[in-house]
Unconditional design. Structure first.
Length: 157
């Protein structure tokens, strides 16, 4: 295995591991330990933004390393490359389109916890939250697929 391929694996592993840690430990932990759902949401939102930017950087790095290793943009259209491109696209959409709208709604409501269940702001926030979860799930699934395909590329080389 070349150093470039090893760095691809490292960047993907860091991204996937961080996403798993946030999704399955930080977010549930914040909501179960903190007394206020608003504080827990603020911590998760803060962490998610950093995860997104780290993921975008890791994704760009993976694609750059693939380009350097193969000396061809065609490596982006391989199944593994397409998974990484999909991960980056889903992350960018979440960070630049969904998260800012959720933050604006959170600010308008003042307190999600104190908002009436029938509030249109809360309804829209909940809809965006479902989209956010779906995007993160897509990143995870594409990441697992990319990891499998990275290993398969090595075994075929």
């Amino acid at each position: 295995m070349t150093i470039l391929r090893w760095l691809e694996f490292l960047a993907l592993s860091i991204w996937l591991g961080s996403d798993i840690f946030l999704s399955f430990f930080v977010a549930p932990g914040a909501f179960s330990v903190l007394a206020s759902r608003n504080e827990a949401g603020a911590i998760v939102g803060y962490s998610l933004a950093r995860l997104h930017w780290m993921g975008i950087i890791c994704g760009a790095l993976i694609l750059l390393l693939r380009l350097l290793r193969t000396r061809s943009f065609a490596s982006f259209s391989s199944p593994a490359g397409l998974c990484v491109v999909l991960m980056v696209l889903l992350t960018v959409v979440s960070q630049l389109a969904v998260s800012p709208k959720m933050a604006a709604l959170r600010g308008q409501m003042g307190s999600i916890q104190a908002s009436a269940a029938e509030s249109p702001l809360l309804t829209e926030f909940s809809r965006l939250h479902r989209i956010s979860v779906s995007l993160e799930s897509g990143v995870l699934l594409a990441g697992f697929a990319a990891l499998y395909l990275f290993v398969r590329e090595i075994s075929r080389a």
